[in-house]
Design a protein around this ligand. Structure first.
Ligand SMILES: *[C@@H]1O[C@H](CO)[C@@H](O)[C@H](O)[C@H]1NC(C)=O
Ligand SMILES: *[C@@H]1O[C@H](CO)[C@@H](O)[C@H](O)[C@H]1NC(C)=O
Length: 199
């Protein structure tokens, strides 16, 4: 007759297996140590060029001018193959946003309660560890705005961020970059007209 384990040994084996599983799970959820946030903060002003993969998979080429001292963020947005002049989107720190199309003289106003992110927003974001994206070894964070934000471990520059289902790949990032013609940041008069011409 083959030897059989007494039932207490089976119980011991089961407990050992459960213990090993629990240890493995604890290792996986080990508290991640974030890098020093200051190395990954944004400069007070920057110019960036990003390719945005929209939720419908079409691409946009966006030029960004972030200017914290003046409390604004300008986005110049070109849609893939549209041939249309770019759309201008100015977001202000008080939360008001103007989206205007100079060619069509059309303007839409939005209000976001949060305004624009401060340069040190990363200090309060959740650190998610490391990942390699677009060929760069990155630290990864998320916050209420970015479901993922990837910054180059080596230089601190952003490489990619995902926001409202759009994935933005950073092609150019210039600290201190300012817009030559800042009149583009001023929403045109037609953004402030409440009166619609009588039909
Ligand atoms: C855009 O995103 C979609 C969905 O993730 C992906 O299938 C597609 O390859 C992406 N396009 C580019 C140009 O990366
Ligand atoms: C926010 O600031 C912009 C630019 O100065 C201004 O046009 C807009 O009216 C302000 N919005 C509010 C709600 O005060």
């Amino acid at each position: 007759m083959a030897p059989t384990l007494p039932s207490s040994s089976w119980l011991l084996l089961l407990l050992l297996l459960l213990g090993a599983t629990a240890t493995a799970a604890a290792k996986g959820s080990k508290k991640l140590t974030p890098p020093a946030a200051t190395a990954y903060e944004w400069p007070e002003r920057y110019h960036a060029v990003v390719v945005s993969n929209q939720s419908n998979h079409r691409l946009q080429l966006i030029e960004l001018y972030y200017d914290w001292p003046n409390g604004r963020d300008l986005n110049i947005v070109r849609d893939q193959l549209s041939g249309d002049p770019p759309l201008y989107n100015v977001e202000w720190a008080n939360g008001t946003s103007y989206l205007f199309d100079a060619a069509a003289s059309s303007c839409r106003t939005f209000h976001f309660p949060v305004g624009i992110l401060p340069p040190d927003w990363i200090a309060t974001a959740a650190y998610l560890g490391r990942d390699t994206v677009d060929g760069f070894e990155c630290h990864v964070w998320s916050n209420f705005l970015f479901s993922r934000y990837y910054a180059d471990v080596a230089t601190g520059r952003p490489v990619r961020w995902i926001f409202h289902g759009n994935t933005r790949h950073v092609l150019v990032f210039e600290a201190g970059g300012v817009m030559e013609d800042s009149s583009k940041c001023q929403a045109p008069p037609y953004c402030f007209l409440n009166v619609v011409a009588a039909s």
